[in-house]
Design a protein around this ligand. Structure first.
Ligand code: HEM
Length: 436
């Protein structure tokens, strides 16, 4: 890319992305950029660059570093397939995560990654469609939604959903004893905020207090929790069990919570989809994990929320050795970027680019360019669990209640916008007949 184009990308897209927070949202910046920026994911810009250079791979200076942006399917696949050994996590992610989860699987490589990946998959039941504790997790969800909906007001806006996911997460990861331990979440949040900074502290002052709590929960693990499984699944010195838990906490609380509220907004704003969801829900027993598991169309709604507004808009990698991508030789230590926000909305390659289309997840094959849950070797280790929990929360909320989206504006007659500020969400909630 030319110097001028690179400047536009850096100032117009990368800086806003960093200001909004990479590890945890900075709410004022999210409000600001989403109010003034029509296309924060650079969909239009990267499309124009592809036309201009007739190429799906660009050299660009990101800050001071010569980097690659990769759009073509084969190149994206190569990067993800050879992760993390040839393409490791980018330096911003490694340095940020080092503060609150050194040794986490997602910033590991080689034998350490293999071992930690195996451990994560075993505890999260990655290879089963339903987690072995799915029934307990569903009853936690039903409990917490019932508590939350004692006041209809609390079903209307973001903050109560944030609290809902915070509580569900602590109960699933640590057990019921941790239900009201807001301190463990507060300490994590503080460290995530430190990780967001360009200049980070060398060591977090919250680290010791946070890990003292994690260790206490692991030592007194409650049966039926993920902490309990940590003691049952084989691990070694290299696994660094305690460093694997923070990822589960922030992904289940923040990432999952955001995506579920967005899916709820899309369903509420699309009457045809809502009808289909209700029809599907009427055909299963929502009080059983088997019933929740069978909600394929509802799962399509969740997948669509993540595709349309990926919570990982950019997958950042860095080469550890020399490699060749799309015929281009790239040296070691080159930053490589996969822009999900562009690839998911590219009208040239995605037929339903700007439409809410849950059915395509039920009927069709998974599109090779959709990586909101990552892909290749480092695909989200919590994928089946996250999808199950999303469906459990949505089905429980929708059962007997009707949600109308007041804001931000969405609807079947309009193109789905490039961004959705979930902090602004406002629902009107009324009782509904279950089988409408
Ligand atoms: C809807 C919610 C979620 C989304 C959108 C999501 C998304 C992602 C993405 C995009 C990655 C790949 C990152 C990369 O390659 O750089 C990833 C990795 C990962 N996710 Fe999730 N995730 C979600 C929920 C969860 C949950 C609930 C857990 C655990 C309980 C989890 C555990 C992990 C782990 C451990 C990895 C690292 C895998 C590795 O590096 O080998 N995720 N996730």
């Amino acid at each position: 890319m030319s110097f001028a184009d690179a400047l536009v990308y850096n100032l117009g897209y990368l800086v806003p992305y960093l200001l909004q927070g990479v590890f945890t949202d900075r709410r004022p910046w999210v409000y600001f950029w989403l109010a003034v920026h029509p296309d924060p994911g650079a969909v239009g810009f990267l499309g124009r660059m592809r036309d201009k250079h007739r190429s799906g791979i660009f050299w660009i200076r990101l800050g001071t570093r010569r980097s690659l942006i990769v759009l073509d399917r084969e190149d994206v696949h190569r990067v993800l397939k050879l992760s993390p050994d040839v393409y490791q996590a980018g330096s911003f992610k490694r340095e940020g995560m080092q503060l609150f989860q050194p040794n986490a699987v997602t910033i590991s490589r080689g034998e350490a990654w293999q071992e930690r990946r195996w451990f994560n998959e075993a505890v999260l039941d990655f290879h089963r469609s339903r987690h072995r504790y799915a029934a307990q997790f569903l009853s936690i969800v039903r409990d917490e939604v019932a508590i939350m909906s004692r006041s209809v007001r609390s079903l209307r806006s973001w903050d109560s959903y944030d609290r809902l996911f915070e509580t569900i997460t602590r109960r699933i990861v640590f057990g019921t004893a941790a239900r009201d331990d807001a301190e463990v979440t507060r300490l994590l949040k503080r460290m995530l905020r430190e990780a967001n900074r360009l200049i980070k502290p060398r060591r977090s002052r919250y680290y010791d207090r946070f890990y003292a709590r994690i260790r206490a929960y692991l030592d007194a693990a409650e049966p039926g929790s993920l902490a309990a499984l940590c003691g049952q699944v084989p691990s070694t010195e290299l696994t660094k069990v305690e460093n694997q838990l923070p990822h589960w906490l922030f992904a289940m609380w923040q990432t999952l919570g955001t995506n579920v509220v967005r899916a709820l907004a899309l369903i509420a704003a699309h009457p045809d989809a809502e009808r289909e969801v209700r029809r599907e829900m009427a055909g299963v027993d929502l009080t059983t994990s088997e019933g929740i598991d069978r909600l394929a169309y509802l799962e399509g709604c969740v997948q669509e929320a993540m595709r349309l507004w990926p919570t990982t808009p950019l997958i950042f990698r860095e080469t550890t050795v020399r490699d060749v991508l799309g015929g281009v030789e790239i040296p070691a230590k080159t930053p490589v970027l996969i822009p999900n926000s562009f690839n998911h909305r590219d009208r040239e390659r995605v037929v339903t680019a700007d439409r809410f289309s849950p059915r395509s997840w039920v009927d069709g094959e998974e599109h090779p360019l959709f990586h909101h849950l990552g892909g290749g070797a480092q695909v989200c280790a919590g994928k089946p669990l996250a999808l199950f929990l999303a469906k459990a929360v949505l089905a429980t909320l929708l059962d007997g209640r009707r949600f109308r989206l007041v804001r931000p504006s969405l609807g079947p007659s309009q193109r789905v916008p490039y961004a959705f500020n979930h902090f602004r969400v406002r629902f009107e909630v009324s009782p509904s007949e279950a089988a409408e």
